[in-house]
Design a protein around this ligand. Structure first.
Ligand SMILES: NC(=O)C1=CN([C@@H]2O[C@H](COP(=O)(O)OP(=O)(O)OC[C@H]3O[C@@H](n4cnc5c(N)ncnc54)[C@H](OP(=O)(O)O)[C@@H]3O)[C@@H](O)[C@H]2O)C=CC1
Ligand SMILES: Cc1cn([C@H]2C[C@H](O)[C@@H](COP(=O)(O)OP(=O)(O)O[C@H]3O[C@@H](C)C(=O)[C@@H](O)[C@H]3O)O2)c(=O)[nH]c1=O
Length: 293
């Protein structure tokens, strides 16, 4: 079996290189190796040349605020290129694996959303990611679409690392406390993906959209405090102590792209259909911190 992985250098792409390797022959590409999602013609030529049984797309335009003023590029990478991959997979019978986000929702309410909940993105990033999902659905291709949230990894940029940096540099740290969700490790997502690919290749009726997040919930402020407590316990020098991180409302942290307040995703469909247990979010965060600190 041959797998094509796009976006191999991202948080998730890096972990997928590890997790997908035992499944077959893995061709992992970055944007400079024929895997550029801003160039549909080259991308199509790459897929045809590799002729994979499974296409795994970990590439995306993930700069949420920048996307507000760069919508054409975000739409090309998060939607148009995804539509092309879906068409190619459909034409060849390949399985498509793709990742989406909690930001496809409007964040209203205080309950976890399941896969059938109405979408309503608030930002260009969220809208273009939803368009990518819709293009996959329109093709009617065999696909696994994993909606996840608040991704972190030992390698790459993420909120936890930003907090460690800012708490070491600054005298004061203010973090929003009214956006709720679940930090999800790229390593967990990659392992889940490998498991799901095996399952879906054996039984294509398992294809579909899944909320793939760690269990439990937190908010960005509590998450920041958790990260800093762990760092302080390991003797990392911090200018801002965990208890000094100020909790603020979203309205006090103006940014170009609105974020959903309620990012809770219900992961029961994934757990029951694939026989998985998704660990509490702290498990993976602590492991990542042990690795990087
Ligand atoms: N990060 C998060 O918090 C969340 C992410 N997701 C989704 O999960 C998936 C993986 O995200 P994550 O690993 O965190 O993202 P990263 O930002 O860590 O990585 C994104 C990857 O996409 C690549 N990329 C960007 N533009 C192009 C392009 N034009 N052609 C080819 N590759 C490109 C980047 O390459 P380069 O390094 O060269 O720029 C990088 O390898 C994405 O679909 C994302 O939308 C969902 C929810 C939360
Ligand atoms: C750096 C910082 C951020 N914040 C806020 C801003 C925002 O509301 C929240 C998270 O900040 P970030 O900008 O790091 O996170 P953001 O880029 O919005 O993260 C999102 O990325 C995309 C790719 C996704 O798909 C989402 O699931 C989510 O992980 O914390 C503070 O309150 N204080 C701070 O000092």
């Amino acid at each position: 079996m041959k797998l094509l992985l796009l976006g191999k250098t991202g948080q998730l792409g890096w972990e997928l290189q590890r997790a997908l390797a035992p499944l077959g022959t893995l061709v992992a590409l970055d944007r400079h190796e024929g895997g550029d999602l801003s160039d549909n013609d080259r991308l199509a030529a790459t897929v045809q040349r590799v002729a994979p049984d499974v296409i795994v797309n970990a590439a995306a335009y993930t700069a949420v605020d920048k996307a507000e003023s760069d919508a054409a590029a975000a739409r090309q990478i998060n939607a148009a290129a995804v539509g092309l991959l879906a068409a190619q997979a459909r034409a060849t019978g390949a399985l498509l694996v793709h990742y989406s986000t909690d930001y496809v929702f409007d964040g209203s309410g205080d309950q976890p959303r399941d896969e059938s909940a109405a979408t309503g993105p608030l930002s260009v990033y969220g809208r273009t990611k939803l368009e990518g999902e819709q293009l996959i659905a329109e093709q009617g291709v065999d696909a696994l679409v994993l909606r996840t949230s608040w991704v972190y990894a030992a390698r790459g940029g993420n909120f936890a690392k930003t907090m460690l940096r800012l708490a070491a540099e600054r005298e004061q740290l203010k973090v929003v406390a009214d956006q709720v969700g679940a930090p999800t490790g790229a390593d967990l997502l990659a392992d889940i993906s490998a498991h799901m690919i095996r399952g879906a290749l054996a039984d294509r009726s398992l294809c579909g959209t899944y909320h793939a997040v760690a269990s439990g919930e937190t908010n960005w402020h509590q998450y920041a405090q958790h990260v800093l407590r762990r760092a302080a316990a390991k003797g990392v020098a911090l200018k801002v102590q965990p208890d000094q991180v100020e909790a603020i409302p979203t309205s006090a942290y103006p940014v170009p792209a609105p974020r959903p307040l309620n990012s809770r995703l219900d992961n029961r469909r994934l757990q029951s259909r694939f026989g998985l247990v998704l660990p509490q979010w702290q498990t993976g965060v602590d492991r990542m911190l042990d690795e990087i600190l």
